[in-house]
Design a protein around this ligand. Structure first.
Ligand SMILES: [Zn+2]
Length: 355
């Protein structure tokens, strides 16, 4: 890893916690909360009609929902209230989710149950309670990137993980239950339905052209020009040709790379400036904080490594001030999207934002 230092410590219930620091500090804070047994992993069931896996995470119903700042579990520990992070200051922290949808396999569960094996991590972007990825200082964004890279490499080594999914949700409209700036890492024991589909399309494309699909897509975006929002030496941001949401932005490295594990330091170094610009443009469209889902697509751990390229998909469900795009009949039941705005128009709106 670059100059970012990682310190691994243990939480009160045995979960792992990693501190990532761009300056050298000794992390020794002890989690003083009384020991508690960790919940067993849940089960997975296969949808009999589609073959898709559904994780049954009913134990998650009791998790914290929008607590006030003084009871925020992602803030540093400053009072007698022990948060998830025992230290009184930190830069970026990653720890295992306390109520995970996927967890390490357990021998305690009966054999007939298909376990939701995998892992769920929380990535805390800052020790400040307000903000989101795009409002972090550039150096801090780079530290988050270092954490994503380091965790993708480590989790990819777990025998029961097939795919590592890194994402950030912002805004209560998209189901955020904690306002503190953070993201998550879902590590699945299967390849997700959307990724399966993308792999199939990319495979067909590769057989015809001997090129990864994302490489051809970027070539087309550069040629068409009209949907590009921003770019620099190593990254390009554009509204995809057939966007599904009024404000959907894809950001990809110009040179194909399957995942964070293989992202080079110099390409990573140029990401924060572009990411900040893109997120500022998104907020600038209506002059309000846009609720969004920022999702990192990565190649699965053990297949399609030369087919699926790393890229960042930001989708906002807001289509106008005071108006959200709901997934209605066609989208929810059939998976067939109806888009209210031409992608070229939304790219123009994003480009026109004065920064
Ligand atoms: Zn907080």
């Amino acid at each position: 890893m670059t100059s970012v230092k990682r310190t691994e410590l243990s939480m009160f219930d045995g979960r792992q916690i990693f501190y990532y620091d761009s300056v050298s500090v000794d992390r020794i804070a002890v989690d003083k909360r009384p020991f508690e047994e960790r919940p067993l992993p849940g089960e997975m069931r296969q949808d009999l009609l589609t073959g898709e896996w559904i994780a049954m995470a009913s134990h998650r119903q009791t998790r914290a929902f929008l607590p006030p700042k003084e009871f925020c579990p992602l803030c540093p520990t400053l009072t007698d209230f022990g948060t998830e992070i025992a230290d009184s200051t930190f830069e970026v922290v990653v720890f295992e989710n306390r109520s995970p949808s996927f967890a390490a396999p357990s021998v305690a569960l009966p054999k007939e149950v298909v376990q939701s094996s995998g892992r769920c991590d929380v990535v805390v972007f800052s020790d400040k309670h307000e903000g989101s990825f795009g409002t972090l200082p550039l150096t801090q964004m780079r530290t988050v990137l270092a954490a994503w890279i380091d965790r993708t490499r480590a989790i990819s080594q777990l025998s029961y993980v097939e795919q590592v999914f890194i994402f950030e949700n912002r805004g209560e409209e998209v189901g955020v239950t904690l306002n503190h700036p953070h993201g998550q890492i879902y590590s699945y024991p299967f390849v997700t339905p959307r990724t399966e589909k993308m792999l199939a399309v990319a495979k067909e494309h590769y057989q015809k052209t001997h090129k990864p699909l994302i490489t051809s897509i970027i070539e087309r975006e550069i040629k068409d020009e009209v949907r590009i929002i921003a770019q620099n030496e190593h990254w390009i941001a554009y509204v995809p040709f057939a966007a599904r949401y009024p404000f959907e932005i894809h950001v990809a490295p110009k040179k194909f790379v399957p995942d964070f594990a293989e992202l080079s330091e110099d390409v990573a170094d140029t990401f924060p400036v572009l990411a900040k610009e893109v997120l500022q443009r998104l907020d600038g469209v209506f002059g309000i904080e846009m609720a969004y889902i920022a999702a990192w697509h990565q190649a699965p751990v053990r297949q399609g490594r030369d087919l699926l390229g790393l890229h960042w998909q930001i989708t906002s469900i807001r289509r106008a001030p005071g108006k959200l795009k709901y997934l209605a009949g066609s989208e929810s039941a059939m998976g067939a999207f109806i888009m209210d705005l031409k992608p070229e128009q939304s790219a123009q709106q994003l480009r026109d934002v004065k920064l």
